[in-house]
Unconditional design. Structure first.
Lengths: 100, 133
């Protein structure tokens, strides 16, 4: 897991950060975490299992999506944003508990 | 360009949107796009997802930064702490029963979802107030 699922609720529930700032902070922190985890992953595994062809196409979509998503988030009121985060966490949580 | 490539772009778009809007890495969408959509094996999907998360988070994080939503100190502290944790976790590589761990993790997510949901319902004023800062 990337870490966002821990960082986002932790900030809002324990440190009284607004949902908007928590989401933004989390994403910035993930840059450092993923950038550190990637080389370790590649070196630890003898043969890293990465499909660069697929990665290229995923990134093609995801960078556009990330830009749009971040812009859209700026326009959503904090309360609605909180509900959206709660729904995503809830769905993933149920899935994890029932089908680990 | 095949249908599989198009599917990867579509899945990437959804993953990126979720990542930018909610502040998660995007692996949540990247991995099923590859395992369910493209029928890639789980280890390949996870490795590839990790690669895709880096540029996604950079674009989303930069966009948030320009919009002034990033609080520098907490973001740096979490990034630093997370970095140390990621390195430690990868090096130690503890053997834990996967299913139990996944359930505990799911429980934590449910608990967080519940608390956030209650906060949104109970505390409209605080939520409104933080909207304006």
């Amino acid at each position: 897991v990337g870490g966002g699922f821990v960082l986002v609720p932790l900030q809002v529930l324990w440190t009284d950060t607004s949902q908007r700032n928590a989401n933004a902070n989390s994403l910035v922190a993930i840059i450092a975490i993923a950038a550190a985890a990637l080389p370790i992953y590649i070196f630890r595994k003898g043969s890293p299992q990465i499909d660069f062809h697929v990665a290229g196409f995923l990134v093609l979509g995801s960078v556009v999506g990330a830009f749009v998503g971040a812009r859209v988030m700026g326009r959503i009121p904090d309360r609605q944003l909180k509900v959206a985060v709660a729904v995503v966490l809830g769905v993933v949580g149920v899935k994890q508990v029932l089908f680990p | 360009v095949t249908w599989g490539d198009a599917l990867a772009v579509a899945g990437g778009l959804a993953a990126g949107f979720l990542s930018g809007a909610i502040g998660i890495g995007g692996g949540l969408m990247f991995v099923p796009t590859m395992t369910v959509g493209l029928r890639l094996p789980q280890p390949v999907a996870q490795g590839t997802s990790l690669v895709a998360i880096v540029p996604t988070a950079i674009v989303g994080g930069a966009t948030h930064f320009w919009q002034g939503n990033v609080l520098r100190r907490p973001a740096l502290l979490m990034g630093g702490g997370g970095l140390v944790g990621a390195v430690a976790g990868a090096l130690v590589a503890v053997e834990v029963p996967g299913d139990a761990l996944a359930r505990i993790w799911g429980g934590f997510l449910l608990f967080s979802a519940l608390r956030l949901g209650l906060q949104a319902i109970r505390n409209p004023r605080r939520a409104q107030a933080s909207q304006q800062d």
